[in-house]
Structures are given as C-alpha cells and as structure tokens.
Write a protein that binds this ligand. Structure first.
Ligand SMILES: Nc1ncnc2c1ncn2[C@@H]1O[C@H](COP(=O)(O)OP(=O)(O)OP(=O)(O)O)[C@@H](O)[C@H]1O
Ligand SMILES: [Mg+2]
Length: 271
C-alpha cells in the first residue's frame, strides 16, 4: 500500500528559475494495484517517480509505503524496496558484469557482500528458470556481459533485476518507449506476467493512451504536478481515448499536449 499525501517539489527554489513541479499531489495505491500514469509533457510524472525513489528532494508532504513513512529515507534505502525501470535500456544494469553477476547483485538487494560470495548453484538455477520464461535465449548466455545484449534483452534483464527480490513497489517510466514495436510488445508481455505472478503494486508511465487504458486496473492522468483524473472499474472499461482527452480538457481547461500520446492515439484510431 502506497499513500502519498500533499507532496510538493520545487526545482531551483528561491531563484528566478524556481519551478513548482509537484503541487500538493495526493495518491493512494492499494496492494496489487497496477496503475498507468499519463499526462502532458512536463506534467510531473517522472518527478513523481523521482520523489518516490528519493532522487528528487521534496519540500512538503509524506510518502508512506506499507504503513512506514519513507519520506526521510535516503535513496539507497528506498532502492531496497522499490524497483524502477527507465526508458533508457542502458540504465539499471552493470554493462561490464555478466548476466548472472547482475542478477546475483539484484537478488541480494545490492548488498556489498553479494559480489565477494560465489554465485550459488541454487541461485544460478533460479536465474536460469526465470530467464527461460522470457523466451529470449538469455538462460543460455549467463556468462555474457550485459553490455553486449540488445536493448530489449537488457530491458527484460532490468525488469527481472528490479523484481527478483520482490519489491514493495515497481515503477516503470516509459520502459518500452525506446524499443521497436515488436520488442516493446515482448517486454510488455513479460512485464504483465511478472506483475501478475508476483502481485506487485506497480505504477507505469506511458505516452500510449491506448496502452494506458488497457494495461493494469487503473489510470491516472497528471496535469501541472497534480492528479487530474483517476479512472478505474467500469468507468475505465468504458473509457475511450476521445473521452479521456475530452475529460482532460474539461477539467484542466487545456488541450492535452503530448506529441507522442496523440500520435499513438491516431495510430490506435486507424486500427
Ligand atoms: N532537475 C530539474 N531541474 C529543473 N526543472 C526540472 C528538473 N526536472 C524536471 N524539471 C521540470 O519539471 C517539470 C516536470 O518534469 P517531468 O520530467 O516530471 O515531466 P514528465 O511529466 O515526466 O514529462 P515527459 O512526459 O516529457 O517525460 C518540467 O517542466 C521539467 O522541465
Ligand atoms: Mg518523464
């Protein structure tokens, strides 16, 4: 369970460049919820993730995960309970280390002793089984350096690393956006399978409005550092992209400004 209350985040506070990126944001995520997060460019989606992970400092408000306030926790402590993926497949893995070394580190939640310890046969078997389920042939390349993998293979690896130690929360920031459409679909399929199997509470930022409405069980739309719309249940199952955009305009008084989202909406309409 994630409870975010009245979260504020400023950049360059007190200077002429001051920017109020999160403006009293409130959000409650139940255990096992899979939220998709959409919003205009600059709405504060990535900043929200940075605030949850502790990479962006917050100025007010609270973040409570599983009943425990993590608001004052340093980033490294939060990383033990929060898994995160970025758009860039180069982030999140150590390129000069092998697949099994990367997974061993993740499995030990980044503990320093993990590297000095030999990888146990049981761990190796676990990694092999997990990777085999992806049908990417990675289970036969355990001693390959991660830097040699394709973008899609790396995202699949990063996904496994982020979830192998069962985090309390998984944050996906457009993690398939840099991949070609077929690979993006494969990584999405793997994502859905992992989230379901491990019953992970998940937030996924996407610019694809069609994907936002069809993935997970709830969609939030952000605007100017706040949650503008929150749809779930039958309201969501009857929601169309056109209705969502109309609601956005009605509530914000603005046109939805996200080039990639509108492009994906146009493509969905063509199909
Ligand atoms: N480190 C920073 N310093 C100053 N301003 C920042 C910083 N990070 C983000 N911002 C600003 O905060 C606002 C929100 O940025 P954020 O990256 O959270 O938007 P987003 O919703 O993720 O947008 P996009 O869809 O383009 O990824 C933007 O106006 C951005 O320019
Ligand atoms: Mg962003």
């Amino acid at each position: 369970m994630l409870e975010i209350h009245n979260l504020h985040c400023y950049f360059a506070k007190g200077t002429v460049n001051e920017f109020h990126a999160l403006r009293g944001l409130c959000l409650s995520v139940a255990d096992g919820d899979f939220l998709t997060v959409v919003g205009s460019n600059g709405a504060g989606k990535s900043t929200l993730f940075n605030a949850i992970c502790g990479t962006a400092e917050t100025d007010d408000g609270s973040i409570v995960l599983d009943g425990q306030s993590i608001t004052d926790w340093p980033e490294h402590k939060r990383a033990r309970v929060i898994g995160r993926l970025f758009q860039d497949p180069m982030k999140g893995t150590a390129p000069d280390m092998t697949i099994e070394e990367n997974l061993a580190l993740a499995n030990a939640r980044g503990s320093r002793s993990a590297l000095s310890r030999a990888i146990r046969a049981a761990d190796r078997a676990l990694f092999r089984d997990e990777l085999a389920a992806y049908h990417m042939g990675l289970e036969n390349r355990m001693k390959t350096k991660v830097g040699l993998l394709s973008g899609g293979q790396r995202q699949a690896m990063t996904l496994l690393m982020a979830t192998i130690a069962k985090p309390k929360l998984l944050l996906l920031d457009e993690h398939t956006a840099a991949l070609d459409p077929a690979t993006a679909q494969t990584v999405m399929d793997i994502t859905q399978a992992i989230v379901k199997e491990r019953r992970l509470s998940t937030l996924m930022i996407t610019h694809n409005l069609n994907q936002a409405l069809t993935t997970g069980n709830r969609t939030i739309m952000m605007n100017q550092g706040q949650v503008l719309l929150d749809v779930s249940g039958s309201e969501r199952s009857h929601m169309t992209i056109e209705k969502l955009l109309a609601l956005y305009t009605q509530k914000s008084g603005e046109q939805f400004a996200a080039d990639r989202a509108l492009f994906s909406a146009a493509k969905a309409a063509e199909c």
